[in-house]
Design a protein around this ligand. Structure first.
Ligand SMILES: [Ca+2]
Ligand SMILES: [Ca+2]
Ligand SMILES: [Ca+2]
Ligand SMILES: [Ca+2]
Length: 246
């Protein structure tokens, strides 16, 4: 009887260890790299008084600890979260240089609130992913690729000084752009599936290309939609445009 209890205790400990999500950080020059594992990582990154802090939530550990890890003088940030349903929130962060976010297969959620960065590249791969960029975020250039799956991309009060590229690929995707200003070209490719793009109070200062791809796609324009260059829209022919004006 005593032997049976001992075996049960060892098994329970092993299960808890495997379920834990681990994220590790490394720092070189002015570049902070945050690497997740193939379980569901949940991470928050934000400005702190003495640098950039990285903390795990909901049981995710950063460098083996539940406490935040803070690194000074970060100019460039790369986050790779691997497989699993990962959740990344970056808030009130100023980066002088690039921001790269990569999430693998799994239903990922990436939130950027009040982030300022140079060239910014967000890739979420397979799975039903959500990418939300809000609260007056500013970028030199922004590219979002959500891979296959039914994805949602939301840009709200974002300013991009150069190009905006959004690619959502196969799946029923929604791209919602609100109160956003883009200084150069805009390219939105919705791919296969029944997709929807909504533009509300936006200013795109040069050429704009909206491609619905195959499937039953729709485009909705609300409020003031200002396009400074050529407007090219394809793939919406069978389905339609809905312009609600001012
Ligand atoms: Ca992961
Ligand atoms: Ca994914
Ligand atoms: Ca996806
Ligand atoms: Ca699609």
């Amino acid at each position: 009887m005593a032997t049976d209890r001992a075996i049960l205790i060892v098994f329970t400990f092993a299960t808890a260890s495997l379920a834990r999500a681990d994220v590790i950080t490394s720092f070189s020059g002015s570049t902070l790299v945050v690497i997740g594992d193939d379980t569901a990582d949940a991470v928050q990154i934000q400005s702190a008084s003495d640098g950039v802090s990285v903390v795990g939530v909901d049981g995710t550990l950063v460098d083996g600890s539940s406490a935040s890890v803070t690194l000074p003088a970060v100019q460039r940030l790369t986050v790779k979260l691997g497989r699993g349903a990962d959740r990344l929130t970056i808030r009130h962060l100023d980066l002088a240089r690039k921001l790269d976010v990569h999430a693998g297969s799994g239903n990922d959620r990436v939130v950027l609130n009040g982030v300022r960065a140079g060239w910014t590249h967000i890739v979420t791969n397979d799975g039903n992913d959500r990418v939300s960029i809000e609260e007056s975020s500013r970028f030199t250039r922004l590219a979002v690729d959500t891979g296959d799956g039914d994805d949602l991309v939301l840009l709200d009060t974002v300013r991009i000084s150069s190009d905006l590229d959004v690619v959502t690929r196969e799946g029923d995707d929604d791209v919602d752009v609100v109160a956003t200003d883009v200084g150069d070209d805009v390219d939105v490719e919705l791919g296969d599936g029944d997709d929807e793009v909504v533009l509300t109070d936006v200013a795109f200062h040069d050429d704009t290309d909206l491609d619905g791809g195959s499937g039953d796609d729709e485009a909705f324009f609300f409020g003031c939609v200002w396009i400074g260059g050529d407007m090219d829209a394809g793939g919406f022919g069978d389905d339609g445009w809905w312009w609600f004006g001012l």
